[in-house]
Design a binder for this molecule. Structure first.
Ligand SMILES: Nc1ncnc2c1ncn2[C@@H]1O[C@H](COP(=O)(O)OP(=O)(O)OP(=O)(O)O)[C@@H](O)[C@H]1O
Length: 281
């Protein structure tokens, strides 16, 4: 089996923190695969994302991208930072409000020694915007002129600019309402199909994992306690912590269902689906 990302025995201790955020974590990701990472708050999900993207250096263990240790040399780290791109939960916080969208989307190009200029650069920006379902004239506007879903599309367009092989989505759809969340998940899956992009999907939402991931790893107190194909893990969880996470999700679903039922009585033939209203793109 071909491996894109291999994390071996990684331990990461944040300066000043009482305990390591990651302890002896190992996982792998094949090209084009979608791996979910779930765990409660503080379990180490974001630290793992940053280690995989080369933004944190582990104290122990190795991160290899296509077989190359990403910390072997400055050149290897630069290559990894192009090949692995991240999208975060809060698009507004990660998009400079003073920059027009075209400049924001083109920003990663400065990592490329042969950066494009002039008409070629504009064409590349227009193509990136089109890939994520935004019109080319979005380039001339500012982030605040877009909806939450559209802003997440801008963040994805920027992440795609260096033509990455791995996209890390760190709670990238958590702040969006259900219908827009669906559209962004669909976009990520379409990009995976069109570009063979692998995705590390970090979320606390098990329903999302069920919908988009091939495999899932469960983090608990900095350790991977269970990992496997999504259906196997969700249908017959082997570790008590996974069972607790699933039970908590079911309780949450039931509580949300009760709250919704209180707010408005269901229409007689409601099927309970979220619907798919466009987010204006
Ligand atoms: N910069 C930091 N300095 C010190 N401790 C940190 C730092 N970043 C994270 N931690 C600690 O490391 C542990 C893992 O944090 P991390 O953000 O990776 O968890 P998480 O699973 O992503 O949580 P959440 O779902 O709440 O975002 C936590 O105990 C956190 O308090």
């Amino acid at each position: 089996m071909s491996v894109l990302l291999q994390i071996d025995g990684v331990t990461r201790h944040h300066p000043g923190a009482p305990a390591p955020a990651l302890r002896d974590v190992s996982l792998h990701l094949a090209p084009g695969e979608v791996l979910g990472i779930v765990g409660e708050s503080g379990s180490g999900k974001s630290t793992l994302a940053r280690v995989a993207a080369g933004l944190h250096r582990p104290e122990a263990g190795q991160v290899r991208l296509e077989g190359q240790d990403i910390h072997a040399s400055p050149a290897a780290l630069r290559a990894a930072r192009r090949a692995v791109q991240m999208v975060f939960q809060d698009p507004l916080g990660s998009l400079d409000p003073r920059w027009r969208v075209g400049r924001i989307v083109a920003e990663p190009l400065h990592l490329d020694p042969a950066a494009l200029r002039g008409a070629a650069r504009r064409a590349r920006i227009a193509a990136a915007l089109e890939e994520v379902g935004l019109p080319a004239d979005a380039a001339t506007r500012f982030p605040h002129q877009f909806s939450g879903g559209q802003r997440q599309r801008i963040a994805i367009a920027r992440a795609l600019m260096p033509r990455p092989r791995l996209l890390i989505a760190d709670e990238a759809t958590s702040a969006l309402d259900a219908a827009v969340q669906r559209q962004i998940l669909r976009l990520i899956l379409d990009l995976r199909a069109a570009q063979g992009l692998a995705v590390l999907f970090i979320t606390h939402d098990i329903a999302v994992v069920d919908e988009v991931c091939d495999r899932v790893a469960v983090l608990h107190e900095g350790r991977i306690v269970e990992e496997g194909p999504v259906r196997r893990v969700l249908d017959s969880p082997a570790h008590p912590h996974t069972r607790r996470l699933l039970a908590a999700e079911l309780r949450l679903d039931a509580a949300e269902g009760r709250a919704r039922a209180k707010q408005r009585p269901a229409p007689p033939h409601s099927d309970g689906t979220a619907g798919c209203a466009p987010d204006g793109t």
